[in-house]
Design a protein around this ligand. Structure first.
Ligand code: ACO
Length: 269
């Protein structure tokens, strides 16, 4: 497996210092949250580095796997953000609170960029989740197209319990997946959703034993790569647009995509 050098720095911090690993093996890229001693807690530098990985993703990549090292996928935002000292070099919520609204919103928008690229039609993103996925960890899993859970997975949208809202792109996919009522109940109780329930309510496509997680994700990646690349991109684009279109509009979108597919496959044959 080729280790790909991170093409630059996240601010002045290297990927390793941020606690991320990024590896590319052919058409599969794997991003590993790699601070197991802190349960893969995330910081602004994590999100900035994720955005840079998205910006510089090699063109051949079709599947992006996000996984966590150690017992937890991710325990969410680094709790040092809640202290007056904050995270060294990255400030704290107290320092963010001194920013004017527009600058602060801009900072959140930058963080959201670390998550949004995972929805690109050209790739399929897969979260491989074991143990805790709390707050930003849950939202990172929600940012992916598909979630494969170990049966010890515990999902929790903790933000409201801490006086915050989930703001790392997670609220829309959560509502899309489980519906408004269930999303309200999950978020406003900040309760833990186990793997079995996650599969039942649509938060997981697959649940496996922890020792089978890597193998299940590898099998899924292989199955995804077996389809025609351009057809996969066009189909994902169609599916993503479906909820915002009427049936007639969706049928028209299907026709447009199919004309392109058939011409590309059969024109001149
Ligand atoms: N930020 C910083 N450090 C963390 C975090 C975090 N979010 N989560 C865990 N750690 C650290 C702990 O302080 C501990 O460090 P230490 O060994 O120096 O004492 C180490 O990781 C291991 O944590 P434990 O609590 O001992 O691990 P355990 O496996 O028993 O529990 C759990 C894991 C349940 C995830 C627990 O650590 C926890 O509740 N963490 C906080 C979760 C949280 O509230 N996150 C914020 C969500 S809101 C948001 O993301 C916006």
């Amino acid at each position: 497996m080729a280790e790909v050098a991170f093409g630059g720095k996240a601010g002045k911090i290297s990927l390793e210092e941020v606690g991320l690993r990024f590896e590319v093996d052919g058409e599969i890229a794997t991003i590993t949250l790699d601070r197991p001693g802190r349960r893969n807690a995330q910081t602004f530098a994590t999100w900035s580095a994720l955005a840079q990985i998205g910006d510089t993703l090699p063109q051949q990549v079709r599947v992006v796997v996000i996984r966590g090292e150690g017992p937890s996928f991710s325990a969410g935002i680094d709790l040092r953000m809640f202290t007056p000292e904050g995270v060294p070099g990255q400030g704290s919520f107290a320092s963010s609170a001194t920013l004017d609204d527009s600058t602060f919103e801009q900072r959140i928008a930058q963080a959201q960029q670390g998550f949004l690229w995972l929805r690109r039609p050209e790739i399929v993103s897969v979260a491989a989740v074991q143990g805790h996925a709390i707050g930003a960890g849950f939202q990172l899993a929600l940012a992916c197209d598909v979630r494969v859970l170990a049966d010890d997975a515990k999902l929790c949208m903790k933000e409201p319990a801490l006086g915050l809202v989930p703001d790392l792109t997670g609220t829309k996919p959560l509502v899309d997946l489980v519906g408004l009522s269930r999303a309200v109940e999950i978020c406003l109780t900040a309760r833990t959703v186990g793997a079995e329930e996650a599969a039942r309510v649509g938060l997981a496509e697959l649940v496996v034993a922890p020792q089978d997680l890597a193998g299940a994700v590898a099998d899924l990646a292989a199955a995804l790569l077996a389809t025609n690349r351009d057809a996969a991109t066009a189909t994902k684009r169609l599916l993503q647009g479906a909820s915002g279109r009427t049936l007639e509009e969706q049928c028209a979108a299907e026709r447009r995509e199919q004309v392109v597919r058939v011409k590309s496959l059969f024109a001149g044959s």
